[in-house]
Each structure stands twice: as structure tokens, then as C-alpha cells.
Design a protein around this ligand. Structure first.
Ligand code: CP
Length: 311
């Protein structure tokens, strides 16, 4: 059973079955327990993780690198596409993938183009993990989001979940809606009409029998939600800066909104936040976004360990 992910790329949440999700969560929980009790993990001793980040990242890159270091492994990094990577000279991701085989045992790639992780994986023989490809996918973010919901709510089924903000461009909500959809939620998709969830995702969920309400009214949605998953408006995906300026302040979660929300609502955010959650909300006990960011470490430890078969 523990070998089902060995050698596999993690590129899209559609590649993940329920048994994979359970295995990753159970492995993450085991690693978390070891770390909490002061134990040292050595399962990745002598192994190397390559992190190739062609787009900015704080949380994803640091959690992957922390994860590898916490298991006794090493990390090599590309962090600045202009100076530390031959993409600036025209190198193809396929060729980068071929070279990675000579340096590392597993790789994570973040790139501005949808499909980029697949191109790198086509070249690489080692497992490749998609750390976010344009507006496409961010599968390990969705895994840590599920892990967070399980921790905060005690279950994944029978929940009303509001995804809000830039649902058109946000890869985290694209991945999370597919993955959480396996557990039969009731979804509210809240966005300006220009930034609605892509139709193929909404239609796919509805075809699977999931209740989806699309609305522009955040207050109405949170009044009956167990979880609010807030996202920023993704400035880097806008062609027209005037359009971004017009839409950027569409929604702000503040304590006033929290008071009007369903009692005990869990508030999540993949980070980085800009101004869509006021800092005053950080004191609210259901504000889970920094705990969510921390869960990225055990989840990414589990993913690295399982795809390399060194769990
Ligand atoms: N959630 C997320 O992908 O954050 P970073 O862009 O900081 O990695």
C-alpha cells in the first residue's frame, strides 16, 4: 500500500485517488507526531530535492525545503529565473528535467505557464511535483488544505464551504474544489462576475452531484458556511492593470463580517494575503491560515517521502 505513490509525479489533483489522499494524510500525521515529540527523521539521508521556482513563492518553497531538511535530506534551488537558471538563455523545461536526473532524487517546480510541470516531468526520470503552474494546478496546496479542514473541523464530509475571491485565476481553488469535491461538500463560489470559477470545474462538480451556488454576495454565503477559503485577486494574471485596480478591493473579510458569519466558521487562505483579510481577524480563533501554512511541512514531507519510496 505504501508504495502506491512511489515513482509517481504529482502534477494534477485528478491524479490523486481517495486512497492516495488518505495515505498522504496518515503519513503526514505520523511525521508530525515524531517531530512534536522531538524525534529526528532520517529517511531522506543522502537524498537531494531540487526546487525550481520560476515564479515568486514564500510558503510553498520554504515548506518543501523545510520538509526535506527535516527528513535529513539536502536541497538544491533555482530561485531567480534571470540569474540562476538557463531558462534565461532559452533552455526548455524538458531539458531541465533531463538534467535534474543527474542531480536530484525528486523535484518541485513552480512556473507561470500552465502545463509547465508536465513538460519538466516529461524530461525527468525522478518524480516531479507541481508547485503551482500559472492558473492551473497546485496539488500539494490542496492536500494541505484538506489536512487543515480535517484538523480544524474534525471531518471532511458534510461541510458547507465558501471559496471566495479570484476564482478564475486562483490555482489553489481550482485544485481544492476538485479534491474536496470527493467528499460531497456544498460549495458557494463567491467572486466578481469577471473572476468566476472556470466553467469546466463548476460543470464537473455539478455533474458529480455536488451542490454549487455561484454568487457575488460574500456576507450571505458566510452566514451558512462552515469554512471560508479566501483568496487574493491575482494581480500577476491580469493583462489590463486598470481592470485589476477596479477589482482588487472586491471583498474584505473583517471582524464585522466574522460576527455575521456562521458561528465558529473556519477561515482559511493559501497566502500570500494582500488586503482581503484584515489583520484584526488574525486574533479570531477560527482564523486558521497560519496553521494551514504550517501544515504544509508535514504534508510535503509525506509527499516527498512517498514519491521517493522512502517513507
Ligand atoms: N500558497 C502558495 O502557493 O503560496 P506561495 O506563493 O507563497 O508559495
Amino acid at each position: 500500500m505504501t508504495t502506491v505513490l512511489k515513482g509517481k509525479d504529482i502534477l494534477h489533483v485528478k491524479d490523486l485517488k481517495l486512497e492516495h489522499i488518505s495515505l498522504i494524510s496518515e503519513t503526514a500525521a505520523r511525521f508530525e507526531t515524531v517531530m512534536a515529540s522531538g524525534g529526528i527523521l532520517t529517511n531522506m539521508t543522502g537524498k537531494v530535492l531540487a526546487t525550481l521556482f520560476f515564479e515568486p513563492s514564500t510558503q510553498t518553497r520554504l515548506t518543501f525545503e523545510t520538509a526535506m531538511l527535516r527528513m535529513g535530506g539536502h536541497v538544491v534551488s533555482v530561485t531567480d529565473v534571470k540569474t540562476s537558471n538557463s531558462a534565461a538563455k532559452g533552455e526548455r523545461l524538458y531539458d531541465t528535467g533531463k538534467m535534474i536526473d543527474g542531480y536530484a532524487h525528486v523535484a518541485v517546480v513552480r512556473h507561470m505557464a500552465e502545463g509547465s510541470a508536465k513538460e519538466l516531468a516529461d524530461g525527468a526520470g525522478v518524480p516531479v511535483i507541481n508547485g503551482g503552474d500559472g492558473s492551473g494546478q497546485h496539488p500539494t496546496q490542496a492536500l494541505m488544505d484538506l489536512y487543515t479542514i480535517q484538523k480544524e473541523r474534525g471531518r471532511l464530509n458534510n461541510l458547507t464551504v465558501t471559496l471566495a475571491g479570484d476564482l478564475k485565476n486562483g490555482r489553489t481553488v481550482h485544485s481544492l474544489s476538485w479534491l474536496l469535491g470527493k467528499y460531497g461538500p456544498r460549495f458557494n463560489f463567491v467572486s466578481p462576475k469577471e473572476l468566476r470559477m472556470p466553467e469546466d470545474i463548476t460543470k464537473g462538480l455539478v455533474a458529480d452531484g455536488i451542490e454549487v451556488v455561484e454568487t457575488t454576495n460574500l456576507a450571505e454565503a458566510v452566514a451558512k458556511s462552515d469554512v471560508l477559503y479566501m483568496t487574493r485577486i491575482q494581480r500577476e494574471r491580469f493583462i489590463d492593470p486598470v481592470e485589476y485596480e477596479r477589482l482588487k478591493g472586491s471583498y474584505v473579510v473583517n471582524l464585522d463580517l466574522v460576527k455575521k458569519s456562521k458561528h465558529g466558521i473556519t477561515i482559511m487562505h493559501p497566502l500570500p494575503r494582500v488586503d482581503e483579510i484584515a489583520r484584526e481577524v488574525d486574533e479570531y480563533e477560527g482564523a486558521a491560515y497560519f496553521r494551514q501554512a504550517a501544515y504544509g511541512v508535514p504534508i510535503r514531507m509525506a509527499v516527498i517521502a512517498l514519491v521517493t519510496g522512502l517513507e
